[in-house]
Write a protein that binds this ligand. Structure first.
Ligand SMILES: Nc1ncnc2c1ncn2[C@@H]1O[C@H](COP(=O)(O)OP(=O)(O)OP(=O)(O)O)[C@@H](O)[C@H]1O
Ligand SMILES: [Mg+2]
Length: 324
């Protein structure tokens, strides 16, 4: 649905987007991540025909953003970082105005406007002046304007920035409802939002693509060896930390055991196994055979924050930073 190939955008001598390529399939919801100045907004502006690329191509629903911008605009809804609202228009009046600009037929325009307002939960303020709305409501009006023509693709630039937790939750649930019918690409700096909402993530840094993959694949790719978190409980006077650690180290397939913390009688360890080898059953047997209580045993994922920091941080290892 979205196909970007070798996209580069230069502002004077500054390269904002540097030769990035990615594809997003129909109905997917993709998180677009990167530090400030990474090139997210620039990429989105190219996809939505607001900026021409310096080189490379971008296609939306099979139409080229440079060759066929009218076709692209019909199929794309864009919520910019700051939605371009007219403060002295009423809410529904503005959404209708945007619908007309997008060339929607006038016959069912009123019904489509009402539907967009309903989906964005702004029906109760449809007669209010935009100037009198709170930031969260303004954001919803921007979203209603982005979806009024029922576009195939939605490009949302930090749709939840500045919203309170309740509004954020509502906006995200709305976005999740929209995915499926629509392909959604959304940027945000709030990583848990991406973990909860997106199937795929695209990570860029300094204009360069660092990764495009599912969360699970990124986790697997970056983690290398599997980490198992083990927590055991001492029976009175039975065990010292070193004894536990040594026994765990002797389990086949274990590469390293690191002590994490002591919580009263409980001891927590991170056990690094050999990639592709399931060491959990043997770890469990060892703990039980030694007559300790097994409190917890599970494989630990990296979490998006760690993945993100590895790929965008100063210490990002070069061999893991490559795009696929
Ligand atoms: N109109 C412009 N003229 C010159 N340089 C620009 C312009 N817009 C953006 N840039 C530069 O392009 C680079 C990418 O900016 P962009 O706004 O795409 O980043 P971003 O990933 O959206 O960042 P943020 O998370 O802060 O929104 C930055 O170095 C920025 O300074
Ligand atoms: Mg931006």
């Amino acid at each position: 649905m979205i196909k970007v190939e070798g996209l580069t955008k230069r502002y004077a001598r500054n390269v904002a987007v540097d030769n990035i390529s990615f594809e997003v399939g129909k109905g997917q919801i993709v998180g677009f991540l990167g530090p400030n100045g990474a090139g997210k907004t620039t990429t989105m502006r190219v996809l939505t025909c607001f900026l021409p690329p310096t080189s490379g191509t971008a296609e939306v629903a099979g139409y080229d953003v440079v060759q066929q911008p009218m076709e692209v605009k019909k199929r794309i809804g864009y919520l910019p970082e700051t939605p371009p609202l007219y403060p002295d228009m009423e809410v529904a009046e503005y959404v209708e105005f945007v619908g007309k600009l997008k060339g929607m037929p006038t016959g069912d325009l009123a019904a489509k406007v009402a539907d967009a307002c309903e989906r964005c939960h702004i029906t109760d303020v449809r007669k209010k002046l935009i100037a009198k709305l709170s930031k969260g409501y303004k954001q919803r009006v921007g979203l209603a304007a982005a979806i009024v023509h029922n576009p195939d693709v939605l490009v949302l630039d930090e749709p939840t920035a500045g919203l309170d937790p309740e509004q954020r939750r509502e906006t995200l649930s709305l976005i999740r409802q929209l995915a499926g019918d629509h392909t959604v690409i959304l940027s945000t700096h709030i990583l848990p939002e991406v973990e909860q909402t997106c199937e795929q993530v695209i990570i860029i840094s300094k204009g360069q693509l660092k990764a495009i993959d599912t969360m699970a694949n990124l986790d697997r790719r970056l983690r290398g060896a599997e980490i198992i978190q083990v927590e055991v409980e001492a029976r009175q006077g039975t065990l010292g930390r070193d004894t536990v650690q040594q026994r765990l180290e002797q389990v086949a397939g274990v590469q390293r055991v690191t002590f994490r913390e002591a919580k009263g009688q409980r001891l927590a360890f991170d056990v690094e196994g050999t990639s592709g080898q399931n060491i959990q059953p043997d770890l469990a047997r060892t703990v039980v055979a030694a007559d300790w209580n097994l409190v917890e045993l599970h494989a630990a994922g990296l979490g998006l924050e760690e993945i993100y920091l590895q790929l965008t941080g100063a210490g990002a290892p070069a061999n893991q930073g490559g795009a696929q």
